[in-house]
Design a protein around this ligand. Structure first.
Ligand code: ZN
Ligand code: CU
Length: 513
């Protein structure tokens, strides 16, 4: 009797996700598990057999910096992520989570069919009952809890509630002891349900009004679960080193690992400063602190325009100021016709200074308006990418007609541009930063490595041709050279086409399932 499998992948160069060099091997999969890495008998039969000659077979990529909290429910194909080889997203970054809110404006607009929740257990159950094509892990968003506890509108990316209200002045104060207790309870409930940690976004409302002490108090439950603290730090320009120091202090005081989100130096005056922040991280690590970072490989960021205004970034008044032409409108809920224009375009049209134009865009276009802002240095991108503490995350905001291309191109861009064309890092190191490293740091058991017994989240790509083609002008474009993606053993990309299989699952911290 020939051996029988569900899936056989023959003749690929297997990069196992550990950073070890590639090995030519066959793979056999039964159900959702890899059962053989090595030689699969020639007469073995399978539901699907893939000829992987000339292709790399790697663990599916883990996007540790995602904002797809409700996007995975509204757009379950998750095309931007799936087509670039991502098999698991970690949502809830930058302080923006989904609790204590029941749903979101986007979800409501998309139809009554979508689930609601009022807790992290409920959110993860919603993923299980309405599975997307991709696996979903989550961080608990501190800012969203703080808005819920102190009273205010939901400060989330593209998931603003119907009211889309400006946060009340009531959040511009320290949390009371009772409010801290409420936030701790939500966090604990989330961690019990399998959340991987807690995030903050300290340039955003209402997170920015929280002191270091308040964050430490709310974060205490993390230590009981071995979960991590992830932070969009309080400043990425003039105050970068102080901001990193605060993140590390919080990690030390709570006694948990730290993940610094989208490591960068933002603003021309501060280019090159990532060398100092790297030294600072190395010193902390030498003291035994577990500090790591993530990065998206672009010189433009993307965030809410209201947040840039709030931080005094628009206009020439500050050293990390952005010029009108540096800021492109990506998603403008009330004025989609403005998407693709720059703040300078509108400032010219209206004959006002850039700052005034930006204020008018937020007023008429909506508080949830998202922009792409050119603020980083290419040399810094390479410096951060090549550092051993850096893993990969997209920070994708997949809303509007012109989202930042990172939502579609992050992984193939690293593999094509930074590995093949520029040789900034090796292929096996890149794959480690995309799979094994994040799985280890975020405690995603059974994922992130191509090993017997592990879950069959896999991506097959051609190292000679893989490349991103999503641009700032035309960003909703799937990459080239990535013909197969498997989630939990099921093909979600077959010969370059999305299969629309909804093979994803909720992923719970430390649970191999
Ligand atoms: Zn952020
Ligand atoms: Cu983010």
């Amino acid at each position: 009797m020939p051996e029988q499998y569900d899936l056989i992948i023959r003749g690929g160069a297997v990069l196992d996700g550990s950073g070890a060099p590639g090995v030519r091997a066959d793979l056999a999969v039964r159900g959702d598990r890899i059962v053989t890495v090595g030689e699969v008998p020639a007469d073995a039969v399978a539901g699907e057999t893939v000829d992987a000659q000339g292709l790399v077979v790697a663990p599916g990529f883990i996007d540790v910096h995602a904002h797809d909290d409700t996007l995975v429910l509204v757009e379950p194909d998750s095309e931007g992520k799936v087509m670039q080889g991502v098999t698991t997203v970690v949502n809830g970054n930058c302080g923006a989570g989904v609790v204590p809110y029941r749903s979101s404006r986007r979800a409501q607009e998309a139809g009554a069919d979508l689930p609601t929740w009022d807790s992290y257990p409920g959110y993860l159950e919603a993923i299980a009952s309405h599975p997307p094509s991709i696996n979903v892990a989550t961080l608990v968003g501190f800012g969203t809890m703080r808005a819920g506890a102190l009273g205010g509108a939901l400060p989330s990316f593209g998931t603003t509630p119907a009211s889309s209200g400006v946060l009340g002045a009531d959040v511009e104060r320290p949390a009371t002891a009772e409010e801290v207790t409420r936030m701790q309870a939500w966090l604990r409930e989330g961690l019990e349900a399998g959340a991987v940690g807690m995030s903050t976004g300290l340039i955003y409302e209402p997170d920015r009004y929280a002191s270091t002490d308040e964050i430490v108090e709310v974060a205490r439950p993390l230590a009981d679960f071995g979960a991590l603290y992830a932070s969009h730090v309080r400043g990425e320009g003039a105050t970068l080193l102080d901001a990193h120091a605060e993140a590390m202090e919080i990690g030390r005081r709570v006694g948990v690992p730290v993940q610094i989100s989208h490591h960068k130096a933002s603003g021309r005056a501060f280019w090159g400063r990532v060398r100092d922040s790297i030294r600072q991280i190395e010193e902390a690590r030498a003291r035994g602190e577990q500090v790591t970072t993530d990065q998206y490989p672009y010189t433009a960021g993307s965030t809410r325009l209201a947040a840039l205004l709030l931080n005094g970034r628009i206009g020439d008044s500050t050293a990390d100021g952005l010029r009108g032409e540096d800021v492109l409108l990506a998603s403008v809920p009330e004025r989609p016709d403005w998407e693709g224009k720059s703040v300078a375009d509108l400032a010219d049209e209206w004959d006002v200074p850039p700052k005034q134009a930006a204020e008018r865009v937020v007023e008429e276009g909506g508080r949830a308006t998202i922009v792409v802002q050119f603020a980083m240095d290419e040399a810094d991108v390479r410096t951060v990418l090549s550092h051993e503490t850096t893993m990969v995350g997209t920070d994708g905001l997949g809303f509007g007609s012109r989202p930042h291309p990172r939502h579609y191109g992050t992984y193939p861009r690293i593999l094509g541009k930074y590995v093949r064309e520029e040789g900034v890092i090796t292929l096996e190191n890149a794959v480690w930063k995309m799979s094994g490293f994040p799985a280890t740091k975020f405690n995603l058991a059974g994922r992130g490595f191509v090993r017997e017994g592990h879950i069959a989240d896999l991506v097959l790509f051609d190292p000679e041709t893989v490349i991103d083609v999503a641009t700032y002008e035309d960003s909703r474009r799937a990459p080239l050279g990535m013909p197969w993606v498997f989630v939990n053993g099921t093909a979600v990309v077959r010969e370059g086409a999305h299969t629309h299989e909804r093979a994803g699952r909720p992923v719970r911290r430390g649970v191999d399932a």
